[in-house]
Each structure stands twice: as structure tokens, then as C-alpha cells.
Design a protein. Structure first.
Length: 353
């Protein structure tokens, strides 16, 4: 039995930052994640994708953000159960929760924080004949290492942020990038749309709209795709490629957590955002993309905020007889569980004669 103060389900950015905030209150954390390494989607799906809305970082790669968070929480020595999925939860007579994974690992804590992002997820796949035959042989749904596409011919399909952002990024990596979307209008950020248009004008991206990829060709590996324009009345364009990357988003699923008796709304966990992001079960919180409440924004920086307030509430539940007085880290410094300490700068006092 692994015992801790706060058991965090999900080791993405929100879950990792919760460890830091808990450490400031001298609360120990343990994290469970079905992925084999910390970082969630940032590490597994798009480690090389730039993120632009993290305060203090004009631009940071998703993988680098995870590395920085891991460095930030290192003094608080969190525990990890990786490559295992949180399966069941029960409550002991003493009020502590016991969470068991699909591999039988048992964890006990008075507080459970669900930070599972979008939950378990699968890519939304286009309905194309022989699609499965070319998977990992030219068809890929997630870009982990852009260098794998160095000097290759790519067709990217989609109209959201992922399709736009990767088209922009890979324009300077691949030999040829073609972006195909079934409409002339895109769903992504206006700035990204303008960048794609600029790259098209420079001849760095081929843009085919409104159109769809309707066929795949090749023997052992993908050799070409068939693209049908809306205006061509069934006449398909054959384009020789090395990789076809359909980016139609992810289909999220809560998985076993959906059976824990939590109040669910549209595949997300309802929480009380007026105070502490607690669920309908006292002692169980949900933070980050996995939760929902009026005005919810699925942004990493919002998850950081939610984690901070969650930890404050958790402290009061664990120590109802103590009054916590918040101190800024610039005043109190950071005391790690490993004995390390980062001292706050001493105040300078000047006398007036």
C-alpha cells in the first residue's frame, strides 16, 4: 500500500504543478498515470510543439515545459506509479480513499485530485479504405519527433489548431508540406491561419481547400494519396507522399473514473469552482481539462490556478485544527523534502538620519 497526503491521478502539467503547490504546504504527493512517463499529452503526443500562452515564456516546447516542471517539483520528492491506470476507488472507515490500478497497485490518501486531462483518448480517424494497413507505414496520427519528417513529403489533413500549427512548424523541416481541409475556413487561431497563408504565398506550403483525402495508395508503405476537390466533381488528384497525417482531434474518454460515482457532464467532471474545485464527493477534486464548470477554459494556465486553490482546500481538510497563513515564495523561500532550501532574499533596511 502506497500512502501519501494527496493522490494525484494524471501526471500532466496540471498534476505536476499541484505537486509544487502541495510541497509549499509540506504535503506529500504521489501520482498515477497510464502513460509510461510524466507529462501527459505534452510528453506523449506533441513534445516538440511550441506553446505560446504560458506566463513568462514567449514560446516553450511542450516537452521542455514538462522538463521544467519536473525540475521545479524535484525538491518535494513525489512518488510515481506510471504505466498503470487508476481503476477503482473505495473509502475506508477512517475517511481515506484507496485507489487500485489495473495492475493491482494500491494507494491510500485522504485527498484524491483527478488531473487526468482529457482522460484516455484515441485519435479521430478518417473513414478511408486500407487506412489500418498503412498505419505506422506512412500514416500517423501523433507527431512526437518532427525530425522523423526531415526532408519528407507530407500531407496534413484538418482545419483546427493542431493541423495549422504543425503545418507551420514542419514547413521548415519537411521537403514538402500540403495542408488539406474540407472547407475554406479554418477553426484555428486567426494568427495561425494568417501564418499558413503567408507560407503559402512564399511557396513553403501547398494549401488545397475545400478538399478531402479520399484514398491511399502503396504496396508495403504509403506512396500516394488521392485528394478530391469540392469543385472537381469527383476527379481526384494523385499526390505522391511519404507521410499522411490526419489531425482531426482526439476522442476523449474518462475510462474507469466515469464509474466512481462522480457527477459527469459531457464527458467531464463537474466541480464547484466558487471555492476549491471539489467534486460531489468530499475529498475528491478535479483540476485541469478533466473538469467542467460555468466559464471553464481548457488551458494549462487555468489548470495551474485550479491546482493552487485545490491544494489550499486539501490542506484544511487534512489539518482542520491548523490555520495556514499564506506566504509568498519571495518571502518564505522553498523548503524541500530532500533537505534542500531556497532562501528568500533578506530585506534591506535603511535607516534615516
Amino acid at each position: 500500500m502506497i500512502k501519501t497526503d494527496i493522490l494525484i491521478i494524471g501526471a500532466g502539467p496540471t498534476g505536476l504543478f499541484a505537486v509544487f503547490e502541495a510541497g509549499l504546504l509540506q504535503l506529500k504527493c504521489h501520482l498515477i498515470d497510464a502513460l509510461p512517463q510524466p507529462g501527459g499529452q505534452c510528453a506523449e503526443i506533441y513534445p516538440k510543439k511550441p506553446i505560446y500562452d504560458i506566463p513568462g515564456f514567449p514560446e516553450v516546447l511542450a516537452g521542455d515545459l514538462v522538463d521544467n516542471l519536473m525540475q521545479q517539483i524535484a525538491p518535494f520528492q513525489p512518488g510515481f506509479t506510471l504505466g498503470e491506470r487508476a481503476e477503482t476507488i473505495e473509502k475506508n472507515e477512517d475517511g481515506h480513499f484507496v485507489v487500485t490500478t489495473n495492475k493491482g497497485t494500491r494507494h491510500q490518501a485522504p485527498i484524491v485530485a483527478i488531473a487526468g486531462g482529457l482522460g484516455s483518448f484515441e485519435p479521430r480517424k478518417p473513414l478511408l479504405k486500407d487506412l489500418d494497413r498503412f498505419e505506422d507505414r506512412g500514416v500517423t496520427y501523433m507527431i512526437k519527433d518532427p525530425e522523423a519528417f526531415r526532408n519528407k513529403r507530407l500531407v496534413i489533413a484538418g482545419g483546427g489548431d493542431s493541423a495549422l500549427d504543425w503545418s507551420i512548424f514542419l514547413a521548415n523541416v519537411a521537403r514538402e508540406v500540403t495542408l488539406v481541409h474540407r472547407r475554406n475556413e479554418f477553426r484555428g487561431a486567426l494568427d495561425s491561419v494568417e501564418k499558413v497563408q503567408a507560407l503559402k504565398d512564399q511557396g513553403k506550403i501547398k494549401l488545397i481547400t475545400p478538399a478531402e483525402v479520399v484514398g491511399l495508395q502503396g504496396k508495403d508503405t504509403l506512396e500516394a494519396v488521392l485528394i478530391e476537390r469540392a469543385s472537381d466533381e469527383g476527379e481526384a488528384i494523385r499526390l505522391e507522399v511519404d507521410h499522411f497525417i490526419p489531425l482531426f482531434g482526439l476522442s476523449p474518454k474518462l475510462g474507469p473514473i466515469a464509474d466512481w460515482g462522480l457527477e459527469i457532464e459531457k464527458n467531464s467532471i463537474k466541480v464547484d469552482n466558487t471555492v476549491d474545485y471539489q467534486t460531489n464527493i468530499p475529498g475528491i477534486y478535479a483540476i485541469g481539462d478533466v473538469n467542467t464548470y460555468p466559464g471553464k477554459l481548457k488551458l494549462i494556465l487555468c489548470g495551474f490556478h485550479e491546482a493552487t486553490l485545490m491544494v489550499q482546500s486539501a490542506y484544511q481538510r487534512i489539518h482542520p485544527d491548523k490555520r495556514y497563513v499564506m506566504k509568498y515564495t519571495t518571502v518564505g523561500g522553498i523548503q524541500g523534502f530532500d533537505g534542500s532550501r531556497k532562501e528568500a532574499p533578506k530585506a534591506v533596511v535603511k535607516s534615516i538620519e
